[in-house]
Design a protein around this ligand. Structure first.
Ligand code: NIG
Ligand code: FE
Length: 429
């Protein structure tokens, strides 16, 4: 049979396959490894996976790549990012280095609101150009799909502007983007001390406008979901406000995510689970009862150790406890200008292994199949299985554990996105 591409001679073909949904418990330690594997690809999709000699015997390829005995694995998925923004917060970084905390800066009117100011004055083209640089870095580091939140516009027009940027980049860039509306990311200065009025604006004006925007996008046409998210935190949105925001979003057909328990445990987990959230994110200070609740739900726990490192913290989310309780865990960079200016999922894996005691296999499943489920794309991305989109990496190492073991270097040699070879050597036969 003729196919577009065969990648063969993978010393380890790491599938992360999990046909029955996200991985939990002991399954998280299984990366679905095939030694001496190969993968056949046509029309952007995976046609077959198996032993190199079987795949080569059965398929005649237009292009062939010899992986040279190295690792071949799924493209990484970033299930929580704020990648679309303008400007930077270098000055705040220096203040934090000198001892100010993220919350001090937020309470003084900096933080998210500072980036809001940069975004409001920027044109869509400026934001696209700045964001494209970050997406290029992420792609080079192996990320082939990301969720991207709004949340730096904080009024209807600017939230729509940011989501328009996300749609434009999804069309222009090789990385697939999944949109999230996060109007309730911070209270903008014009609503200072009037949080409930801002929530009313989000619920009554922004949410229907964004739902109408989505219906006309190519995301809706292609079945890519629209998510809604909220920052449930002191000096942001309390549990009741968060519930109002997310319930309104849900009634407009959006799927639900929530930033909960990043600095304060306020009851956000129970609120989000009550709305059948697709994921609950951060969970740095979540208690054991809420961890058990998450484990018993279908909601994915998204853990963000890059924020802890970037804020100079030493208390990491209890990822081990979540896995051991039975939760489906995913990892993300959270790339954003404040709490995590970090494009690298391999670095996040490296941190999670060292500080949260994840096995390298658990970390890899957490940035592939489970991350895809955290953004509603578990049927299409995040693992190497026949019928899924062909998002494939060739790694410059013979053992997948190098991805977490080495850090600071980029081991991703070749990125294949929907069957297209974007970097690396191709041998024509
Ligand atoms: O996930 N916590 C709230 N939102 C982001 C930070 C965004 C920013 O600082 O610009 C986060 O950490
Ligand atoms: Fe975030």
């Amino acid at each position: 049979m003729h196919v577009d591409l065969v990648i063969h001679n993978a010393g380890q073909l790491v599938t992360c396959a999990s046909p029955s949904g996200p991985k939990r418990g002991p399954a998280l330690r299984d990366v679905g490894l095939i030694e001496n594997g190969a993968i056949a690809i046509s029309d952007g999709e995976i046609v077959a996976i198996g032993l190199s000699r079987d795949v080569r015997a059965e398929y005649v390829a237009r292009q062939t790549i010899d992986a040279g005995g190295n690792v071949v694995c799924p493209g990484f998925v970033g299930p929580h990012t704020h990648v679309a923004y303008a400007g930077n917060r270098i000055d705040e970084f220096e203040l934090r280095v000198k001892g100010a905390t993220y919350q001090d800066i937020m309470a003084a009117g900096g933080g998210i609101v500072s980036t809001m100011q940069s975004v409001r004055v920027a044109t869509p083209e400026q934001i696209i150009n700045e964001t494209r640089v970050r997406l290029d870095q992420m792609l080079a580091l192996g990320t082939t799909t990301v969720e991207a939140k709004s949340g730096y516009g904080l009024d209807t027009a600017n939230e729509l502007k940011l989501l328009g940027v996300v749609e434009a980049l999804d069309q222009a860039h090789a990385i697939d983007l999944v949109p999230t509306f996060m109007g309730a990311h911070a209270i903008p200065p014009e609503y200072r001390n009037r949080g409930d009025d801002y929530v009313a604006l989000v619920v009554e004006q922004m949410t229907p406008a964004i739902a109408a925007w989505y219906r006309a996008t190519h995301f809706a046409a292609r079945g890519v979901p629209l998510f809604a998210d909220v920052f449930c935190e002191r000096n942001a949105f309390d549990v009741e406000q968060s519930r109002r925001v997310l319930a309104a979003a849900k009634s407009h057909g959006m799927r639900i995510k929530a930033h909960v328990d990043e600095f304060s445990a306020m009851g956000g987990v129970a609120m989000a689970l009550g709305l059948d959230a697709c994921s609950v994110d951060h969970l740095d200070v979540t208690g054991s009862e809420d961890m058990r609740r998450i484990a018993q739900s279908d909601t994915i726990a998204v853990i963000i150790p890059a924020v802890t490192v970037n804020l100079g913290g030493t208390h990491f989310a209890d990822a081990r406890g979540l896995i051991d309780a039975g939760a489906a865990l995913a990892l993300t960079t959270d790339i954003n200008p404040g709490s995590a200016p970090c494009p690298s999922l391999p670095l996040v894996m490296a941190i999670a292994c060292r500080y949260q005691h994840l096995a390298p296999a658990e970390a890899l499943n957490a940035v592939t199949i489970n991350a895809a489920h955290a953004i509603g794309l578990g049927q299409h991305a995040g693992s190497l299985e026949a019928g899924k989109q062909a998002d494939v990496l060739i790694v410059d190492a013979p053992d997948y554990r190098h991805l977490a073991y080495q850090f600071g270097a980029n081991l991703v040699r070749t990125v294949v996105k929907r069957g297209r070879v974007l970097r690396g050597r191709v041998i024509h036969e």
